[in-house]
Design a protein around this ligand. Sequence first.
Ligand SMILES: C[S@@+](CC[C@H](N)C(=O)[O-])C[C@H]1O[C@@H](n2cnc3c(N)ncnc32)[C@H](O)[C@@H]1O
Length: 147
Amino acid sequence: MEFVMRPIGVIHSPFTEKAQTPIQAARSQAMGQVEVFPEYLEGLQDVDGLSHIFLLYVFHCSEGYNLKVQPFLDDHLRGLFSTRYPCRPNPIGLSVVRLVARRDHVLDIEGVDVLDGTPLLDIKPYMPDFDEHPVTRTGWYETRSKD
Ligand SMILES: C[S@@+](CC[C@H](N)C(=O)[O-])C[C@H]1O[C@@H](n2cnc3c(N)ncnc32)[C@H](O)[C@@H]1O
């Protein structure tokens, strides 16, 4: 099976180099903008009421992948799917960002961790009732070598 997806918008950020891009949204205070293409404007109704949103996007500047990778915060090789490494068979990224304001088809966001021009696939609400869990294990992250 193959799926064709088309971007619904583009994420603007201050970052043009991977090495200077924060490794996680929760570790970033950088401001950015989500530009939603005009044909999807109606879908932004009620987004104003959200303080946090999920952004799903394509790591459009990643090439290829390995199934064992060294995470940004560790010195050991780990299974790709236990990490957030950007080079993946389907290079899809996921960030929870704070929605600061909506200006028509543009969302001002805080906590951006992607390159400028990253193609946006979807926006979903971050809902504590659905998305917060009493986590008991975080695997390699608990014994990681970097912070
Ligand atoms: C570790 S990933 C985590 C991203 C997201 N929070 C996630 O969990 O999917 C973040 C890193 O991906 C890289 N990156 C960001 N945007 C990218 C893009 N559009 N294409 C390729 N790599 C990108 C940068 O090196 C950045 O530090």
